[in-house]
Write a protein that binds this ligand. Structure first.
Ligand code: ATR
Length: 286
């Protein structure tokens, strides 16, 4: 932990762009709650400038103890870190960096955030772990697949418009992962315990999505990792069909916990008040 008589501990979030990031609000809330003198600021870095930014963290000239990395820097962060852990290694992407004994360590807390959100908002969601269906095979879907596999789901079906991307993930994450095209959705939903959307499908006027969740087992959960809007078109459809749902905002809140604890030495809580504050912020800033 940091001594308050010294320079306050400084952490960052970097992305390009980064102004949409809610992370400064989350960490700022916790810093205030604990009465810590630290800071957590957004730093916008172009992709070409990212390696120099990493150098400035490693040599201490930037004055940061660590920080978060978001799109499009997660892959570079993993590649440039001195000591990525196994989670980041398998994903090929890091979202959390910290200095330890002069080495830049990297991990990925997106899967942790995903699981803790559902533990929090949908108690008992893993009582049955026979089958999960994940829509989308982009960067965000990887952490979800890894997390569900590590939680012990028997089958994880990854459906994607570009089926080759789903196949790549099945190859990467092992034999319990099965790739399929979008058209296979009704069949793969049969008896499923969980449906996860990781795409922007249904969000813009040019596409629409119509999912019949009735083949899922009774009591199954539908979740979306997209949290703007909080109730996505897919969650709205699931609600109309009387499915149990969990929105994705808590993934953002929970993924922030391990980083804060590492940089500032206190373990923060994801509380209803924090959630309400971030929702209010989203409503006022779009
Ligand atoms: P992210 O890192 O947020 O996951 P991404 O890597 O660009 O972003 O992935 C976006 C995901 O949404 C992909 O699975 C993409 O499908 P493709 O791999 O076929 O591109 C999916 N996606 C986005 N818009 C879509 C649409 N209109 N219809 C179907 N899938 C869509």
């Amino acid at each position: 932990m940091h001594d308050s008589r010294e320079t306050p501990t400084r952490a960052f979030v970097t992305g390009f762009p980064v102004r949409h990031s809610r992370s400064p609000k989350i960490h700022g809330y916790w810093l205030q709650q604990f009465g810590l003198a630290g800071s957590y600021d957004a730093v916008e870095i172009e992709p070409a400038g990212f390696p120099n930014f990493i150098v400035s963290i490693k040599d201490g000239s930037a004055g940061f103890v660590g920080g978060n990395v978001t799109i499009p820097h997660k892959e570079q962060a993993f590649a440039l870190a001195d000591a990525p852990d196994d989670l980041a290694g398998e994903l090929g992407a890091a979202n959390t960096l910290f200095l330890r004994e002069g080495r830049l360590c990297a991990t990925n807390t997106d899967g942790y955030g995903f699981l803790n959100n559902l533990d929090d908002r949908a108690p008992g969601w893993t009582d049955r772990k026979y089958r999960a269906v994940v829509l989308g095979a982009g960067g965000a879907s990887r952490a979800v697949i890894q997390a569900l596999r590590d939680r012990g789901f028997g089958e994880i079906h990854v459906l994607n418009r570009t089926v080759d991307r789903a196949r790549e993930l099945a190859d990467r994450f092992g034999e319990r992962i099965h790739a399929a095209p979008l058209g296979a959705l009704p069949e793969r939903l049969a008896g499923a315990d969980l449906f996860v959307n990781t795409t922007s499908l249904g969000m813009d006027d040019s596409d629409s999505i119509d999912i019949d969740f009735s083949p899922m087992r009774s009591g199954a959960l539908v979740t979306d990792i997209v949290y703007v809007p909080l109730i996505t078109p897919i969650l709205a459809q699931a609600t109309e069909q009387d499915m149990r749902i969990a929105d994705g905002l808590g993934m953002l809140l929970h993924q922030a916990v391990p980083g804060f604890e590492t940089w500032f030495g206190r373990r923060p809580q994801v509380t209803p008040e924090l959630r309400a504050r971030i929702i209010a912020d989203m409503e006022s800033h779009g």
